[in-house]
Write a protein that binds this ligand. Structure first.
Ligand SMILES: Cc1cc2nc3c(=O)[nH]c(=O)nc-3n(C[C@H](O)[C@H](O)[C@H](O)COP(=O)(O)OP(=O)(O)OC[C@H]3O[C@@H](n4cnc5c(N)ncnc54)[C@H](O)[C@@H]3O)c2cc1C
Length: 500
């Protein structure tokens, strides 16, 4: 079992995929502008029998592991898991056999968490996904729909590329069901002063037909147990299971947990969880900060381009401190004809984000005004427009992604602590893209399913990613897209490949 999971989890370098994906052939989903439609709260489904492992015996109930450091628990009198001193917190270690019909809690309903749940389901393992999203699932696959004007912006992930056959298979399914389609719009590099160079032969790019969030919500709808909005604030090992709670409210008991989010929230959750190895790896992660400016204009922006070529729809901006990417979301999502507005998403560079970082929940007005002015000024100089000539947007919204993209990675598909029956998935384990997130979710699901099938008798065989070193990630400020690298990034990759 361990061998097969290790095969699945072999680290790899992402490269553009030569596989041809099928074009989008199905009509779009209905309710384009109505936003997320996933029910906010679904009950946890009843257990269903899964393949029984002959090596398993007994259940965790009645397990009485000793504890050297008993703590008061809100679920009973004391922790009953074996605690072993390790690093700065005690390592929890479950010793009883895995039950016949285990259930996994997945904390985070972004791409990684949702694909992890789907992949567990395929392997016959139950799960429940908890996500904080107020408007829908998806995390950094965010889409903002502004009514009554019907403005639509993808305000984080803009598109995705495909380089791995396992992800290609998933994407083909989404193409067939009309959830995603290819984005044929022209993209390239825009140098300050309005010098646009199309990318010579970019690999296909894909978008959610109605934006990224509806894609995530549709994935969530295929899952039996999803709970949103729900912010898991505590993890407690007790009586052989993990117990989750949301500000004191019991959210159930689980046989394993998956942390499918990162940043401050994950560090806080893991700080006293009894998972020091996992907590340590999470703490090593460095994240960039990026400002997103959503702006709607009455008239088209004056886009530079070569004669006869259509205006670009997306550009990696070079040589402008406050801007790394700009995309015409109306053109991308084919909505400009419907209401005649022009919705653009602009992202700052990560360097600018770092210099101008403030608490994202509480942005001071003075900072917001400065950033808006800097970014609109950046748009003006990127397009090579005279000072003060950029038209005033009739709608504008600023957001800071304080934990935007990973800047380093252990380059391992997933992390799993078999003694603590806890794992991590997310984009940062493999890179910085939706594809990395999906592959990580898949890898962890298969790893956990293999572990469950083994009955948990040889836990150490299933430890993965607990001690890997981190390496810096290269790529664009908004992610890594094999085949869409700038000349400089291509040179860096070539140099690295020569060294390794
Ligand atoms: C500005 C920006 C632009 C980007 N552009 C692109 C792009 O064009 N293409 C691309 O491929 N990638 C892009 N990315 C990266 C891409 O969005 C991510 O790689 C991917 O979406 C990460 O998915 P994830 O599931 O790992 O994490 P996330 O999407 O962050 O999901 C984590 C989820 O967990 C939830 N959560 C957190 N704490 C808790 C808790 N305690 N309880 C319950 N739920 C919790 C969060 O609310 C969130 O929904 C961009 C990212 C940013 C920020």
């Amino acid at each position: 079992m361990a061998a097969s999971s290790l095969f699945i989890c072999t680290p790899f370098l992402l490269r553009p995929l030569s596989l041809k994906l099928r074009p989008a052939i199905k009509p779009a989903l209905s309710s384009a502008s109505s936003g997320p439609s996933t029910p906010a709260l679904c009950g946890i489904s009843q257990p269903k029998p899964i393949k029984k492992n002959p090596h398993r015996s007994g259940s965790m109930d009645g397990q009485r592991p000793s504890s050297r450091n008993r703590k008061k628990s809100s679920y009973g009198t004391s922790r009953r898991s074996i605690l072993k001193k390790s690093f700065s917190q005690e390592q929890v270690a479950f010793t009883a056999p895995v039950p016949d019909d285990p259930i996994v809690a997945i904390i985070g309903g972004g791409m990684a968490g949702l694909i992890c749940a789907q992949s567990l389901e395929k392997r016959g393992v139950r799960s429940a996904v908890f996500d904080t999203g107020m408007h829908g699932f998806g995390g950094r696959m965010g889409t903002r729909i502004i009514e009554p004007q019907g403005l639509v912006f993808d305000h984080a992930a803009q598109f995705f590329s495909v380089s791995d056959p396992r992800f290609a298979e998933l994407v083909n399914g989404w193409l067939d069901t009309g959830l995603v389609r290819e984005w044929p719009g022209l993209i390239g590099e825009l140098e300050a002063g309005g010098h646009f160079t199309p990318l010579p032969s970019p690999p296909p790019r894909y978008i959610g037909v109605h934006g990224m969030r509806p894609l995530a919500d549709s994935l969530a709808q295929t899952l039996p147990n999803v709970v949103r909005p729900c912010w898991i604030s505590k993890l407690e090992p007790f009586n052989g299971r993990w117990h989750l709670s949301e500000n004191g409210k019991n959210r159930g008991g689980f046989d394993a947990i998956v942390i499918a989010h990162n940043g401050k929230c994950a560090n806080r959750l893991l700080a006293s969880s009894g998972l020091p190895l996992i907590a340590r790896q999470m703490k090593r992660l460095e994240l960039s900060s990026i400002w997103a400016l959503l702006a709607a204009f009455d008239d088209p922006l004056p886009i530079p381009g070569s004669r006869g070529a259509p205006p670009f729809e997306g550009a990696f901006v070079k040589g402008v401190d406050s801007l790394s990417w700009m995309a015409n979301n109306s053109a991308k999502l084919s909505r400009s004809e419907s209401n005649g507005t022009h919705c653009w998403t602009f992202f700052s560079t990560s360097a600018y984000g770092k210099r101008n970082k403030v608490p994202q929940e509480n942005i001071p007005t003075v900072t917001a005004e400065k950033v808006k002015a800097d970014m609109l000024g950046g748009v003006q100089s990127a397009l090579g427009l005279p000072e003060g000539s950029l038209q005033k947007p009739f709608y504008i919204r600023l957001q800071l992604w304080g934990a935007a993209l990973p800047m380093n990675s252990p380059n391992v598909p997933c992390i799993f602590d078999p003694r603590g029956r806890a794992g991590i998935c997310g984009d940062w384990l493999l890179g910085s893209s939706m594809e990395s997130a999906a592959l990580s979710g898949m890898a962890l699901a298969n790893h956990i399913a293999d572990y469950f099938q083994s009955g948990g008798a040889q836990p150490d065989e299933f430890a993965i990613g607990l001690h890997n070193d981190f390496q810096p990630l290269s790529g664009h400020d908004i992610g890594q897209f094999p085949g869409l690298e700038s000349e400089k990034q291509t040179e860096d990759i070539r140099d690295r490949e020569l060294v390794t």
